[in-house]
Design a protein around this ligand. Structure first.
Ligand SMILES: NC(=O)c1ccc[n+]([C@@H]2O[C@H](COP(=O)([O-])OP(=O)(O)OC[C@H]3O[C@@H](n4cnc5c(N)ncnc54)[C@H](OP(=O)(O)O)[C@@H]3O)[C@@H](O)[C@H]2O)c1
Length: 333
């Protein structure tokens, strides 16, 4: 079925993923292959330093015709707290890397898909964040992500090329729980107390859903949509109401307690204790804004498939995190 849906894109494929060894890069590579894309090159930083366009252009010979049909910049500095102290590293990953990706894409006359973040906003207010709102980052990570977006748009416009910037937030792996679910569950299993912010709101998005949306967008022949005046900056978020970090952690722990109890694994006591002992707190952190309520209605511009509700997806991430632990328990019995 995928082959039929993506006939045009599959014929065309030839997709370069920069930052291909990162979490999103790997997931996108896997998804593209599953959907039948050909000539996908997921380049690690060692294979191509996105901040150095010459090293990216050396990959030309990996594509039929000497150029990819899409360039994806999944390269980034994603460590939010460390961006405050290593400003050079954050600048290189979040400004120079997308800049290099945009220069290479312009050279090849290929559209660029670049990822950015909800942290480009100031975090104030409670409204839904539409992509035409003025960003005003307060932390170093958000500032570098915004500067990276601006570089991408400046270079692409100058070259009369095409770019699509997709802002996402609160990413985690549905397959392993890596990200917020894993942090919460490991903390509970360690028996240490859990405290969570009650005043940061957003919607968690899985790497899988973002990768699937991105892949189906590119394989669905989105270049023609880009020519039809689609906004250059889009927000990605799954369906479902927004949630605080505190309420999200509670949901994760409740699910873990329920599933563990059903399995008779003995782990439920850790999750139940963590739930009982969990405390909420309010914090105003410039680098991690309060309001991360990304709108997502613009995703409809593309005929691309995407995800089900975040609740269902987060539950799956909890189950998948626990599964190997149950298996260990079974063999010990
Ligand atoms: N994680 C989240 O919760 C989150 C939330 C919102 C938005 N985002 C955005 O989503 C995108 C993907 O994030 P992620 O979670 O997949 O991050 P990730 O796992 O840290 O992956 C980023 C990858 O980029 C590579 N990289 C850094 N600088 C590079 C360069 N100059 N050239 C080539 N590769 C380079 C990194 O390599 P090294 O390991 O060698 O540094 C790493 O493999 C980023 O744009 C990020 O800002 C993430």
């Amino acid at each position: 079925m995928a082959q039929g849906l993506f006939r045009e894109g599959l014929r065309m494929s030839g997709i370069l993923i920069l930052g291909g060894a990162g979490r999103l890069g790997r997931e996108l590579d896997k998804t593209l292959h599953q959907l039948g894309a050909r000539n996908v090159v997921a380049a690690s930083r060692a294979e191509a330093d996105a901040a150095d366009p010459a090293s990216v252009l050396k990959l030309s010979n990996r594509f039929p015709g000497g150029r990819p049909n899409w360039v994806v910049c999944a390269a980034a500095w994603s460590d939010v707290p460390r961006a405050e102290v290593d400003k050079t590293g954050a600048f290189r990953g979040n400004v120079l890397a997308p800049r290099g990706a945009a220069l290479a894409a312009a050279h090849w006359d290929a559209p660029l898909l670049h990822y950015s973040s909800d942290y480009v906003f100031s975090g104030g207010g409670r409204r839904l964040l539409h992509s035409d709102l003025r960003p005003k980052p307060q932390g170093a990570y958000g500032r570098t992500k915004l500067d990276g977006e601006r570089e991408v748009l400046r270079i692409t416009r100058k070259a009369l090329g095409k770019a699509l910037i997709v802002r996402a937030g609160w990413l985690y792996s549905e397959a392993t729980g890596e990200g917020f679910p894993k942090k919460v569950l490991e903390r509970a299993l360690s028996g240490k107390p859990i405290t969570m912010r009650t005043n940061q709101f957003g919607r968690p998005s899985s790497y899988e859903s973002l990768a699937f949306w991105s892949a189906s967008m590119m394989l669905g022949g989105a270049e023609s949509s880009l020519e039809k005046g689609v906004p250059e900056v889009l927000h990605f978020a799954p369906p479902g109401e927004t949630v605080s970090r505190y309420a999200l952690a509670k949901r994760i722990l409740s699910r873990a307690a329920e599933v563990s109890e059903k399995q008779g694994s003995g782990l439920d006591i850790f999750f139940t204790n963590a739930l009982i002992g969990m405390k909420g707190f309010r914090a105003h952190q410039k680098s991690q804004p309060e309001n991360c309520r990304l709108s997502c209605e613009q995703l409809a511009f593309f005929n691309a498939s995407y995800c089900y509700s975040w609740q269902e997806s987060v539950d799956k991430s909890v189950d998948n995190f626990l599964l190997p632990r149950f298996a260990i328990g079974e063999t010990q019995d």
